[in-house]
Write a protein that binds this ligand. Structure first.
Ligand code: 4UW
Length: 531
């Protein structure tokens, strides 16, 4: 079947899949009933484990306890935590009562956390003891947030917090009858800066997420009930949250969670649990391809590895496969597309991200004229499908800038598609910087830099780096007569942002920031002269 149509749009070579009209919790509960006593999710370091039956029973208890505390459909609850089995329980529990989960990056500073809590209007936060001081600082920084947050729930114990364990001891009898409109009700609200500006709340509906799980599962070689997968990518990010966490759980596979990337723990988990499907980002691929430690571990259980969130070079892919003997496939997605848009599922074409997933249509557009281009022509990748977000929370303007009136989502990525429908991403049109797959919104750093008393103007771009993909670099126009040094600027940022947003690409002082007549920073001009 040809993937290209007469109007120069393209589809998947694979057939469409049926998407059931059910809520996310109904969907996951039916899977729990199907897989019952099989292991669902296990914490690697403690061995704490839940079968599918226990996962469902725990989610019902938690949902019932939240209901008794007054939480109801449409309320927003934040999760500020590392990966652990209870993250999955909470997500299913919240979904079952129509509560929206907004996942926050556990690397966040108090200021960053406060921004998300305020914007999402979260009414409660689930956290862990190690992150409680950050949460407390966030509440003390922002009185709106402090007033909004009714409860702090903790996995473990902490002052002023309700232990999650007490909720899990509920009798499970207060589950309300909740009517979920799967096409409109929001399941999760992750934050992404999208093509431009500050992080925005991405409204993903129940249908968006269920569709995407089925779209990519139908074309990936998942061995139902047999695969063992590692939850190393953070669940707060859409890649770890949906394709990894629920991509595993909706097929009866076993998910082993790790709280963070520690090289030795990671390798031990791969070996001990005989991980068969591994989902990672390019820096982990690089570690596995190059680090001497890797040779001490048996990786023969790995059937295949998937990499995404940032470009994976052909050379690295080959080096990885030579060493581990496991094929590596690349996927491509965005928070705004729940997230998978393309996934490679046959060995061979390294460096590409494979064809578009089923039930979706893609096109490549000329970046100047918007005209739809043909086979092999380079332009902006646009996509349509049931996984495309409902929009950004309270930001119609940003939503309209990303999804046009015909329903095409403009990814802000530049690439081409070959005769067989395979996508190669080549560049990024949008301003987003990706450090090791993490989003670094330049607008956020620029706004912070402008609060420095000695900074007149500032711009931040990503410069290429072989290990991290990109490093944020700042161009600064200092105020006249100020004795600003690059170290001052670097430290100023370091004190205020998560570690991955630091100005690792350096600071350069310039006379002026190149701008368009309308005042937009000409990032391309800076990129062309970046050293
Ligand atoms: N090559 C080049 C890639 C690639 C890429 C993403 O943080 P977000 O919003 O979202 C993500 C999601 C990644 C993802 C999800 C599911 C999946 O299966 C998979 O592959 C295994 C990957 O990163 O950032 C979105 C932006 O990240 C860049 C691109 O610029 C995109 O718009 N990006 N994947 N393979 N660039």
């Amino acid at each position: 079947m040809s993937v290209w149509t007469k109007d120069n749009t393209f589809r998947s070579p694979a057939p469409d899949v049926d998407i059931p009209n059910v809520s996310f919790a109904e969907y996951m509960f039916s899977k729990c009933d199907k897989y019952q006593d099989l292991p669902a999710v296990t914490d690697f370091s403690s061995g704490r484990s839940y079968t599918y039956s226990l996962l469902k029973a725990s989610a019902i208890k938690l949902a019932s306890a939240l209901t008794k505390l007054g939480y109801k459909k449409g309320d927003v609850i934040a999760v500020f935590s590392v990966n652990m089995p209870e993250y999955s329980i909470l997500m299913i529990a919240a979904a079952s009562i129509g509560v929206i989960i907004t996942p926050a990056n556990p690397a966040y500073t108090a200021g960053e956390l406060a921004n998300q809590l305020e914007h999402s209007k979260a009414q409660a936060v689930f956290t862990i003891p190690q992150l409680l001081p950050v949460l407390q600082e966030a509440l003390s920084l922002n009185s709106t947030v402090k007033n909004n947050i009714k409860d702090k729930f903790i996995f473990g114990e902490g002052e002023g917090c309700k232990p999650v364990q007490s909720l899990l001891n509920d009798d499970g009898k207060s589950m309300p009858d909740v009517d979920i409109d799967v096409n409109n009700d929001i399941l999760v609200l992750p934050y992404s800066s999208g093509t431009t500006g500050l992080p925005k709340g991405v409204m993903l509906t129940h249908r968006n997420c269920i569709s995407n799980l089925l779209q990519f599962s139908s074309v990936t070689d998942i061995k139902e009930t047999e695969d063992v997968m590692l939850g190393i990518l953070p669940f707060y990010h859409i890649y770890g949250m949906m394709p990894v966490q629920f991509g595993c759980l909706h097929r009866g596979c076993h998910l082993v969670t790790l709280p963070k990337f520690d090289p030795a723990e990671f390798m031990k988990a791969l070996q001990e649990y005989k991980i068969s499907q591994l989902h990672v980002v390019p820096p982990i691929v690089l570690f596995m391809a190059k680090h001497p430690m890797v040779d001490q571990f048996d990786l023969s259980s790995l059937r295949f590895v998937v990499s995404g969130a940032a470009p994976l070079g052909e050379g690295l892919s080959k080096g990885f496969m030579d060493r581990t003997k496991a094929p590596i496939y690349q996927g491509y997605g965005l928070t705004e597309t729940s997230p998978v848009v393309n996934i490679d599922y046959a060995p061979g074409k390294t460096g590409s991200t494979g064809p578009i997933v089923p039930n979706s249509t893609g096109k490549i557009c000329d970046i100047e004229t918007g005209k739809t281009l043909g086979v092999g022509e380079e332009g902006e990748y646009c996509v349509k499908g049931p996984q495309v977000m409902k929009g950004y929370l309270d930001n119609q303007q940003a939503t309209d800038a990303m999804i046009d009136k015909d329903g095409w989502l403009h990814t802000g990525d530049i690439g081409y598609v070959d005769e067989s429908g395979v996508l190669v991403i080549e560049d990024r049109l949008k301003e987003l910087i990706k450090y090791k797959g993490f989003q670094v919104p330049p607008a956020e750093l620029e706004a912070l830099l402008l609060t420095h008393p000695n900074v007149q103007d500032a711009a931040v771009i990503g410069i290429a780096d072989p290990e991290a993909g990109e490093l944020p670099k700042a161009y600064i126009v200092p105020k006249s007569d100020s004795k600003l040094t690059s170290q001052c600027v670097t430290e100023f940022i370091q004190e205020r942002v998560s570690h991955y947003k630091r100005l690792r690409g350096g600071v350069q002082f310039v006379d002026a920031i190149p701008k368009s007549p309308s005042g937009k920073i000409l990032r391309r001009v800076l990129k062309d002269v970046a050293v």
